[in-house]
Ligand binder design. Sequence first.
Ligand code: 5AD
Ligand code: SF4
Length: 448
Amino acid sequence: MATKRAYIETYGCQMNISDTELMQGILAEQGYAAATSPEDADVILVNTCAIRDHAEQRVLGRVGQLQQFREGRPEVVIGVTGCMAQRMGADLLGKAGGVDLVMGPDAYRELPAKLASLRSPAPTPQAPRGLTVLRFDPHENYEGVEAKRISGLVAWVPIQRGCNYRCTYCIVPYVRGDEKNREPPQILAEVRRLVDDGVVDVTLLGQTVNSYEHGDWDFPRLLRAVARVDGIRRVRFTSPHPNDFTRELVAAMAEEPTVCAQLHLPVQSGHNRTLKRMLRRYTVEAYREKIAWVREAIPHIALSTDIIVAFPGETEEEYEATLELMREIRFDDAYLYKYSLRDGTPATRLPRDQFIPDDVAQARLQKLIATHREIQAEINRAEVGRVVEVLVEKEARRGGLQGRTESNKVVTFAGPTSLVGSFVDVRLTATSGATFSGVWTGAIERVA
Ligand code: 5AD
Ligand code: SF4
């Protein structure tokens, strides 16, 4: 039998990208080859996100488009995996022209078996096929699965799945279940293997990554151990929850030279009443204090955040407080969203008249984005002229090379392709506001 080929398209967060790598690993183990486009795939999977309605609408459109690849090949299987699969379940089977398999994030080990059972016979309009695998497994953390990673230099290592918080807007706990933490020796062994294979930049992943706990291990201890793996150059983590952000963690970040001077710490709102109604379990004052700790310990740290505007009941004054916090903290980067209603989450039970009309929500979002962009451009313009160390990751789309700095900022510059995989010194010469262009100084350190 010819080798089967699987194509996986990924939507959403880094955890989902990491899950796609897991699925590729699980499929490769059973003899599937990875397809680079849907045309030559026998199995087409869409690994989805459920965090906002917009993300789901995009996927439904895409699944409709993918039907064309079944033309003349009715045996092709189209599957939907990930958070939206878990949320919508069997409802997805009839959607967008036909979905054969709906599989949630705890069931990926069963992927090859379910695909085999679906492949024959080919479906007909009278006998469509369709399988859903949606159970939660409180122990499934995919230990022992060899992920098939996309990049050879940069890797994401999931240390935790699920979430024990219950922020009232958020669907994640309902589609990914409770927090599950991997064992430290397994995590460390995986990081060592990656570094032996040439990875130099590792990001530890978890929904609330710094709540990580396993036996005597907490997150600062794990971070220190990962940071000391021989040969590792850059260690990052995402996303921490402000509540679990401790002085011990700041100390680990400041003291371990390989931990990058970069922190993504979602704040969600700049007003205590909104934070309380979001069930975030911290105050603006507490958040501010934690930012002060980290800035004191690591003065040049690059900060980023997530914010939701127009949470039901958010007043103009509360929104203004968020703008004010943005101006005060001056984040290097920010992911800004309009509240999106997610069925099944506590916030949907708020009185209807508290829901913010879309034009108001849109205006709040636009103004916050504009404020952030201005600040970001100011911060980045002040960096122009500096020489920074860049890990060269790939050829840039518009020619030249592209890499990232320790603070996770993207830099493009001219140079030979042979620099890919090296750390080089680049003088920053201009900024678009968000990213930089620069000139290679000629200094190079090959690591790959
Ligand atoms: N609506 C809008 N944004 C949301 N997020 C999570 N749930 C929602 C929602 N219902 C945002 C939060 C989170 C990020 C990953 O997505 O800011 O930190
Ligand atoms: Fe969602 Fe809150 Fe958990 Fe983050 S901490 S995944 S926002 S419930």
